[in-house]
Ligand binder design. Sequence first.
Ligand code: ADP
Ligand code: ASP
Ligand code: MG
Length: 423
Amino acid sequence: MGLIVQKFGGSSVADAEGMKRVANRIVATKKAGHQVVVVVSAMGDTTDELIDLANQVSPLPNGRELDMLLTAGERISMALLAMAIANLGHEARSFTGSQAGIITTSAHGRARVIDVTPGRIQEALKEGAIAIVAGFQGVSQDTNDITTLGRGGSDTTAVALAAALEADVCEIYTDVDGIFSADPRVVPTARKLNTVTYEEMLELAASGAKVLHLRCVEYARRYDLPIHVRSSFSNKEGTWVVKDHPEGGKMEQAIIAGIAHDKSEAKITIVGVPDRTGVAARIFQAIADADINVDMIVQNVSAAATGLTDISFTLPKTEGANATSVLQRIQGEIGFQSIQYDDQIGKLSLIGAGMRSHPGVTATFFACLSEAGVNIEMISTSEIRISIVCRASDLEKGVRSAHTAFDLDADQVEAVVYGGTGR
Ligand code: ADP
Ligand code: ASP
Ligand code: MG
């Protein structure tokens, strides 16, 4: 007998039928003799719909109230799921994030878990019940207000609970059969990975592969907790996220584990920046003070005649307006010429620990993009990742051509998308 944490994403509980299907799955695990803690997301696209609604009543909804609104989505799911399980003759008790002891920072919309005190969950388990926890939410230690963990944050609730409860495994049920070599919605020939390391998954998640929330992977790595990503619509073995690839698998390990793409970023170019010591520091200090996360940065060589240069950087589209107004405020002080804002960019990243020992990855990558007619606008690398920025309209073409160029295409199509709208 073990303790299993199972997390079901929005597409798995999109409607009443989905709730009943998931309830059956949970009861089967319980009947197999395990203690079960379930983390559940809001139904289907509920979170997006609630955000749309908030934007209709206010262009800039207050963070506290927005979190209060969004957490309602997960509460609906947890209660319905508990009812569906009760209908199968098993006791289930639902808990909000706060009741489950998910203690966070006070940053609305992107709170971090700082402690987990799951006393009520342990009590429920001891009494033989199945515990259902609303994902994506917690309560601030400082303000006692309800917080959310950022989009996709239910994964993190599941892993944080699994770590605190010393669960044997954390299962993440979604609408595809596991983690693939690329998003199956974009690359139909994507290949399912048997294992992926924490290190690779961190880079994949940070590069836009939303199958797992970045924080959840950080958490799992810290506690060395295995995650099993699989489909709630099939019984297939999924992908294990673990510390190392198993010994046998290492030999045939591909150079590239996966390809991620991201359309959520925009690019700002600051034109005509005086090429003086301290200018870049001043610009990025102002951006940091506004709590804006910058991703890639490129500075051109300054033109000898003018001593002026251009600096471009990428950032989440959601921060675009904020960053532009911060820069406008320091324009006079720094003396740059203008700001260009471009939200029609896409980021394509190749990730693989095998890159360390294989030269020539960049050459193959750039050659295949050139053949596909994709123009590279920015480049950045880490030890196990190469990312480029291109036009958003070229992104999917670029992903598919890199997938083929690195021999990642599956011989037989195995990538099935069971549900979800990809929103
Ligand atoms: P859930 O609602 O279950 O949390 P998400 O939509 O957050 O599901 O994540 C699952 C989706 O992640 C898939 O439907 C797929 O489109 C996308 N995805 C992106 N990259 C990958 C990848 N490498 N492997 C599998 N899925 C991926
Ligand atoms: N419902 C939240 C979202 O859509 C959290 C999650 O699904 O993980 O982002
Ligand atoms: Mg998700």
